[in-house]
Design a protein around this ligand. Sequence first.
Ligand code: ZN
Length: 98
Amino acid sequence: MKNAKKILITTESHEIFIVRVNRRSNIRGFCPDCAEEVELLTLDEAVSVSTRKTRELIREIEADAVHSIETLSGHLLLCRRSLLEEKKARGNELEKKL
Ligand SMILES: [Zn+2]
């Protein structure tokens, strides 16, 4: 284990939600897993974007395959990036062409 690396992960407990309502009503906020500001989707939007069923998505959220944030009001917001990466992982063939 000569090459073992020590990785320090610091977690900041701030929670910032920037909600900008424009034509597409984008929600942006801080994803703790990505450690940066990302586009967040409601569960319904995520179902539309990913063409997966709500139950299927919830299972993926619980398995941490898709990042999610629960707001103080109890709404679940999903990290769009992790959702699309999950989708991309399913179709690796496209990526090989790039
Ligand atoms: Zn994320």
